[in-house]
Write a protein that binds this ligand. Structure first.
Ligand code: NAD
Length: 329
């Protein structure tokens, strides 16, 4: 199987590529992967070091909005998995142009090319943030979209364009929407690696508002197992939620990280809340469990300790990223 993986040098995309090439997924036997990645500040070619010499990997540096490049690369692939995106909510609040360009226009560029060249399946990787915020209960896959941040709005736009291709043109598109990921190789502007790296350096961490926002956490390797299941067994034109079953407030999560480093709450600064900060995300992910046999396998307690250890052992990976955006705060 030949898979074109866009954004394959980022946090989740690189996990999918490594797991595919190292024999951990259904896709693995005889898989050939082409990674198309622009290598923005969030993309890192060293995320693919462990598979760099694998004969099944080809890396192309380029932009998913580049129609000519995309049109040259797409033919011959059986599947496209689209991870490429601008992904940081805080950055989208400072300026949304790149989010619309990559997430909306870039996705449409990929869809057009896949349809033109008859690619067998298009997997659009998306997020729970497209639904907005929910006080109680959990969202089903048919929940109307109500995004609040420019990031979430651009992801909602790309999801709907992907599903429109299925409905208008009968294209084989599946959409996955996942909760918050954590694990190795996550760019240290996101909450868990940002807090870990700052605590490791003896610095303070900054908590938005009162820290009562609730997120569901899922290890990145479980997310990729879910994507792989949908890629192989999902129904065309459908949406699948991929959840972790580990909801907690940001303050509880912060407490766990402080405990892990044996430091106290004096290392926490409370800062004014993020604009439009969603209070709670919660996906009902029964469908992928019942229909495709998905189940998250890494308990949060273990996954968090493993992640702390990884950042401890891989300073060489994250230290050079100092100075990029929020990470420099
Ligand atoms: P990331 O920011 O770590 O990686 C994004 C990758 O896309 C980078 O390698 C970057 O270089 C590449 N990229 C950006 N713009 C590009 C362009 N125009 N052309 C080609 N490549 C480009 O993101 P991530 O956390 O790995 O997220 C991957 C996908 O999963 C995104 O679509 C995101 O919306 C979705 N998602 C993420 C989470 C999460 O918690 N991180 C949760 C649910 C869904």
């Amino acid at each position: 199987m030949k898979i074109l993986v866009t954004g394959g040098a980022g946090f989740i995309g690189s996990q999918f590529v490594r797991a595919s090439l190292l024999g951990e997924l259904i896709s693995s036997p005889d898989v050939q992967i082409t990674v198309l990645d622009k290598l923005t500040y969030a993309g890192n070619i060293s995320n693919l070091d462990s598979v760099a010499h694998h004969p099944g990997l080809t890396f192309v540096r380029g932009d998913i909005t580049d129609v000519h490049l995309v049109d040259a690369l797409v033919p011959g692939h059986d599947v496209l998995v689209n991870f490429a995106a601008e992904t940081h909510v805080d950055r989208s609040l400072l300026g949304a142009y790149e989010f619309v360009a990559t997430n909306v226009l870039g996705t449409q560029t990929l869809l057009d090319s896949c349809r033109k060249h008859g690619v067998g399946r298009f997997v659009q990787v998306s997020t729970d943030e497209v639904y907005g915020s929910i006080e109680q209960g959990s969202w089903a896959e048919n929940q109307p979209l109500a995004p609040n941040s420019p990031y979430a709005a651009s992801k909602a736009g790309s999801d709907m364009l992907a599903l429109a291709q299925a409905r208008s043109h009968g294209m084989d598109v599946v959409v996955t929407r996942c909760s918050n990921n954590y694990g190795p190789y996550q760019f240290p502007e996101k909450l868990i690696p940002l807090f870990i790296t700052r605590l490791m350096e003896g610095r303070t961490v900054q908590l938005y508002g009162e820290g009562n926002n609730v997120r569901d956490w899922l290890h990145v390797s479980d997310h990729c197992v879910g994507i792989d299941l949908v890629l192989h067994h999902g129904c065309a034109g459908e949406v699948y939620h991929i959840g972790g079953g580990t909801e907690m407030t940001n303050i509880e999560l912060t407490g766990r990280m402080l405990d892990a480093y044996g430091v106290g709450w004096d290392r926490v600064e409370y800062v004014s809340d993020r604009a439009g900060h969603d209070m709670r995300y919660s996906l009902d992910y029964a469908r992928i469990c019942d229909e495709l046999g998905y189940m998250p396998s890494i308990p949060f307690e273990k996954g968090l300790v493993d992640t702390l250890d990884w950042y401890q052992e891989n300073r060489d990976w994250w230290s050079p990223l100092r100075g990029s955006g929020d990470f420099s705060q």
